[in-house]
Design a protein. Structure first.
Length: 358
């Protein structure tokens, strides 16, 4: 490959790419590891490059010039000049770091006191760049070179400073919170370090409850529920009451079959609300002596208590108390009123909590 033609190609690439790519200049130095067949000691190499990264693309191109002044094993001078044209592929940015792969072709000229040779070479390698600012970066690069005619395999490692030209970023968009999403695309700047984010740069929220997973104490909350600041469901409360009214025959403490379902419902209510207590109040009409009616009212309350215990309610949650004829709710002067007064009554209140809906 003719050096002049390569230089023309690099210039054409530079002039044609300015309108659609971000230009940068790199200046660096490193170590040139010569193939052992060359009989040349390893030496320092300088490198100057002009490159472009295409907008909204991981691809870029670069033209570069390298030079080294080494010595042969017999202490003779050995000068090297290389022009190359490379293509680069940049991987997704991780914070300030951007790894890349590179490959290209070029022309290598070597000169000693007795001869001067030129040879085409191919190179393959990669590296990583670290953004120092919006317009400057540090770049580490490692390339393997294979010459066409001499079949030599060289290795070149360089460290360069990269400067964006015309105020363009040096191959790197700013990502101040280091979440892998460039600030220009980040809808949630300032995400804490180590927090997983989605494509918009916002913390992940798998259950979609509005609380980010890293702050959510109740992951997998069901859709539609209200949650608090910790991501846990909020609760609605409601006071619920169960009333029991069991009437008895005259001078009897036997529970009539028609009230069995009511007692079973009270037992179920107390099983649901396990913190509840119940007071069973036994009552009579005014027929008979006051002492007799007091004992009869207690028997009626005890009968309902036994019915609840049989249905699974713990005895220590039930108080049975007879009030005799002292608390009538109807007129004892007629049969209808006396029937209403022969009773056991109870009212049990509980707080019912349910998950609040949005």
């Amino acid at each position: 490959m003719n050096k002049t033609l390569l230089a023309v190609a690099i210039s054409a690439m530079a002039l044609g790419g300015i309108a659609q790519a971000q230009p940068e200049l790199s200046i660096g130095a490193g170590v040139y590891d010569f193939d052992s067949d060359r009989n040349v000691d390893n030496d320092v190499v300088g490198k100057l490059g002009l490159g472009y990264r295409f907008d909204d693309s991981p691809f870029g191109i670069e033209g570069a010039y390298s030079a080294s002044s080494a010595e042969t094993s017999s202490n003779a001078s050995y000068d090297l000049d290389a022009f190359q044209l490379d293509g680069l592929y940049h991987f997704a940015t991780q914070g300030a770091w951007t790894p890349y792969l590179a490959a290209g072709v070029g022309e290598l000229t070597t000169e000693t006191s007795s001869a001067k040779d030129s040879d085409t070479f191919f190179n393959l390698g990669g590296g990583a760049r670290y953004a120092l600012s919006e317009s400057a970066a540090l770049r580490a690069d490692l390339r393997a070179l294979r010459t066409d005619e001499t079949d030599a395999n060289d290795l070149v490692a360089t460290l360069s400073l990269v400067f964006g030209l015309g105020g363009a970023p040096a191959m790197m968009e700013k990502d101040l919170d280091g979440d892998g999403v460039a600030d220009s695309m980040d809808f949630c700047p300032g995400t804490p370090a180590g927090v997983g984010v989605d494509g918009s740069g916002c913390p992940l929220d798998e259950d979609k409850d509005g609380v980010a997973d890293y702050q959510d104490d109740c992951l997998d909350t069901a859709p539609g529920l209200k949650v608090d600041a910790t991501g846990c469901p909020m609760m609605d409360s409601e006071v619920v009451t169960f009333n029991l009214d069991v009437e008895f025959e005259t001078d009897s403490a036997r529970i009539r079959s028609g009230y069995t379902a009511d007692i079973e419902s009270l037992a179920e209510f107390m099983s649901t609300y396990t913190q509840t207590q119940v007071l069973l109040g036994g009552h009579t009409d005014n027929l008979g002596s006051e002492a007799y009616n007091q004992a009869l009212s207690q028997k009626r309350a005890d009968a309902v208590k036994r019915a609840l215990i049989v249905r699974g309610v713990q005895a220590d949650r039930i108080e049975a108390r007879g009030f005799g004829e002292s608390r009538p709710i109807a007129d004892n002067m007629n049969a209808e009123g006396r029937a209403q007064n022969r009773r056991v009554v109870a009212a049990v209140t509980a707080v019912k909590t349910t998950e609040a809906m949005k």
